[in-house]
Ligand binder design. Structure first.
Ligand SMILES: Nc1nc2c(ncn2[C@@H]2O[C@H](COP(=O)(O)OP(=O)(O)OP(=O)(O)O)[C@@H](O)[C@H]2O)c(=O)[nH]1
Ligand SMILES: [Mg+2]
Length: 185
């Protein structure tokens, strides 16, 4: 109820968002879409991308790390000071649900990201073959009752569900609430 007080107190609060997920999940497309940049010539990320953007009085520093198997061992180099973990899933790629669940479980089981709020983007909802979050087998965060988490269906290509400016129910409406409750701790 009401606006979180922290929004008024610190209008330029910096928030570090970490984008992780398997290769081909759509992390870089999502990052570019959030930054309102062209998404037509995106290639697999070999290292990382970072973009800063303003949203709802926050300076969002978004880190997008490559998801190929050979790069995943380096994810941990980016954990420190993460305010929100965004985990991106290709909802149309059922063959890799198990792989992506395992990677997410590992992230949630680790010490380094303990307590960090989790936003799962169920990406590629524009594809007819995409499954809806509801039809997923027990999501890894269900085993972490203390963690704040949410699943958001989206399409990084159409920008549905990823808009920074729109209202209740989309991811960006959730971010300020999460970060506000974090800093209230
Ligand atoms: N149809 C559809 N395709 C998408 C969507 N998001 C990303 N893609 C496509 O999926 C492919 C991979 O997207 P990337 O953004 O490069 O994926 P990534 O997670 O950054 O991959 P890595 O950098 O290898 O970790 C590209 O061909 C994108 O155009 C989406 O919402 N819908
Ligand atoms: Mg990428």
């Amino acid at each position: 109820p009401g606006e979180p007080a922290v929004l008024k107190q610190s209008p330029d609060q910096e928030v570090r968002l970490l984008l992780l997920g398997l290769d081909n999940a759509g992390k870089t497309t999502l990052l570019k879409q959030l930054a309102a940049e062209d998404i037509t010539h995106i290639t697999p990320t070999q290292g990382f991308n970072i973009k800063s953007m303003q949203s709802a009085g926050f300076k969002l520093n978004v880190w997008d790390i490559g998801g190929q198997r050979k790069i995943r061992p380096y994810w941990k180099n980016y954990f420190e000071n993460t305010d929100v973990l965004i985990y991106v899933i290709d909802s149309s790629d059922r063959k890799r649900f198990e792989e992506t669940s395992l990677e997410l479980s590992e992230l949630l089981d680790g010490e380094e990201l303990a307590g960090v709020p989790l936003l799962i983007f169920a990406n590629k909802q524009d594809l007819l073959t995409a499954s809806t979050p509801r039809s997923w087998p027990s999501a890894p965060p269900a085993h972490h009752p203390d963690r704040m988490w949410q699943v958001q269906a989206c399409s990084a290509v159409t920008a549905e569900g990823v808009q920074v400016e729109s209202g209740e129910g989309d991811a960006s409406a959730w971010l300020p609430r999460v970060t506000a409750s974090q800093s209230a701790l």
